[in-house]
Design a protein around this ligand. Sequence first.
Ligand SMILES: Cc1cc2nc3c(=O)[nH]c(=O)nc-3n(C[C@H](O)[C@H](O)[C@H](O)COP(=O)(O)OP(=O)(O)OC[C@H]3O[C@@H](n4cnc5c(N)ncnc54)[C@H](O)[C@@H]3O)c2cc1C
Length: 263
Amino acid sequence: MLTTTTVVVGGGHCGLAMSRCLADKSIDHVVLERGEVANSWRTQRWDSLRLLTPNWMTRLPGHTYRGDDPDGYLTAAQTAQLITDYAKESAAPVRANTPVLSVRAAEHGYLVRTDQDTWHARTVVAASGATAAPHVPQLRHSVPTGIASLAPTEYRNPGELPDGGVLVVGASAIGEYASRLGVQTCTGLHTGECEVVDGHVAGAAAQMCVCVANEAEAGEVLVSSTVKDLVAGSGIRFEERGVHNLAECGEWRLFAVEKLRQD
Ligand SMILES: Cc1cc2nc3c(=O)[nH]c(=O)nc-3n(C[C@H](O)[C@H](O)[C@H](O)COP(=O)(O)OP(=O)(O)OC[C@H]3O[C@@H](n4cnc5c(N)ncnc54)[C@H](O)[C@@H]3O)c2cc1C
């Protein structure tokens, strides 16, 4: 069995930042990484991705942006390079290609089992990332075979997609990129109490959102009358879209959010 004071699981931003801080305090440690350093930026990002945060915001302990484009946005490849350079500069004790399989409490610390060895450590830092495994809605299982379905971690570029329309589920970064690809989203908003069933948002309010979204045109944000009433006085303007019969949700008056003028 191998021993160290601290095992850090994950060689991304957080694991390497922690490693740098431990080294500054002369605390003996090892960083166990299942792939190469910056694995998620090498293997789980699409080709055209750029960070949402500008260069000047990208800071790590002992590292600030030194280039001549503080307001620029790094690509995924540049981000991977930055993290790799940081690991080298810090001489971080990374063991690459070493997936951690389990962590168990043990006498005076923890036993960390990898696919190669077992480590005993007084402390363990879990820096394995918040987005290491995609949270895919159960809906995926109901998608008919023959329709390609991808998680953002698997998507690389539009060239890999089969011909035809694309449905994007979720409106975070990938949703924003979808509009750049010419894919328009239909958004439905309602408000009400949600239930969480098996980790998934469910219940009448969630069902209502789906019904409202089904009525939206491409690129439109459609809201129920409840949402419109709730934001009265906010300055948001709506266009009336009439009364819709929303299958199991009944009849509802719907409104489209007026697009903001650019001028
Ligand atoms: C698409 C996307 C875009 C983003 N854009 C931005 C942005 O613009 N700005 C921003 O600040 N943040 C952004 N983030 C968030 C970003 O992921 C974090 O800021 C940062 O990369 C998190 O670092 P981390 O070390 O926690 O996780 P990661 O960088 O994911 O590192 C975790 C590491 O742990 C390793 N690992 C996981 N499980 C194990 C295991 N069992 N054994 C060994 N190793 C393991 C992984 O291989 C990985 O290398 C984005 C995230 C995503 C998904």
